[in-house]
Design a binder for this molecule. Structure first.
Ligand SMILES: [Fe+2]
Length: 188
């Protein structure tokens, strides 16, 4: 049975054994290998949200729920991360800086993540995320630092693909807007 306190303790132990994400990824992979157990413990997602399960200077654990068809613009984390899907899907586009065009990125690859996947993201990764299905997607996101207090964090304008500072208020607003749209859809 998935237990959030045990999961965080396991992540902390994994991190103590090795500061890289390797062992933590194994902890996340083990958790999402039994998605029904994670769902039972965290509860069936009801709305989009960015829910903090653990926050410290070297480790953050979030339960992120994406609204149907929700897209998050290209951004970096400036720390490693692991995404473990316990329900639904996530499509990730990976971006790289375009040589000769300061601040601009180009698409470099993509990865479709499914239930039970535990995907490691490197320290310098730039990605955008879409939930491509018409229902909520739930994922445990583990970060190798304080997700809410990063340095050198950027996001890229989805139209111009030019770099700007990460705007946490905009990120939170995006979840609120997604929930408002979801509520409207459910009314129809
Ligand atoms: Fe991200």
């Amino acid at each position: 049975m998935f237990d959030i306190d045990q999961f965080i303790a396991d992540c902390r132990n994994a991190l103590a054994a090795d500061r890289s994400q390797k062992h933590v990824r194994e902890v996340v992979a083990r958790a999402v290998s039994d998605p029904a157990s994670v769902l039972k413990s965290l509860g069936e997602p009801k709305c989009a949200g960015l829910n903090t399960l653990h926050r410290s200077s070297d480790l953050t654990v979030l339960n992120i729920v994406w609204a149907p068809m929700m897209t998050v613009i290209p951004h970096n984390h400036a720390m490693w991360a692991i995404i473990g899907i316990y329900t639904g899907r996530e499509d990730n586009i990976f971006w790289r800086r375009l040589p000769g065009s300061p601040g601009k990125v180009e698409a470099a690859g993509a990865k479709a993540l499914c239930e039970r996947d535990a995907e490691p993201l490197g320290h310098n990764i730039i990605h955008s995320v879409t939930n491509p299905i018409p229902r909520l997607t739930g994922a445990i996101h583990v970060y190798g630092g304080d997700f809410f207090n990063p340095t050198h964090r950027s996001e890229w304008d989805p139209e111009t693909l030019l770099e700007g500072p990460f705007n946490p208020e905009r990120a939170i607003r995006q979840f609120e807007e997604a929930n408002a749209a979801l509520a409207n859809r459910q009314k129809r």
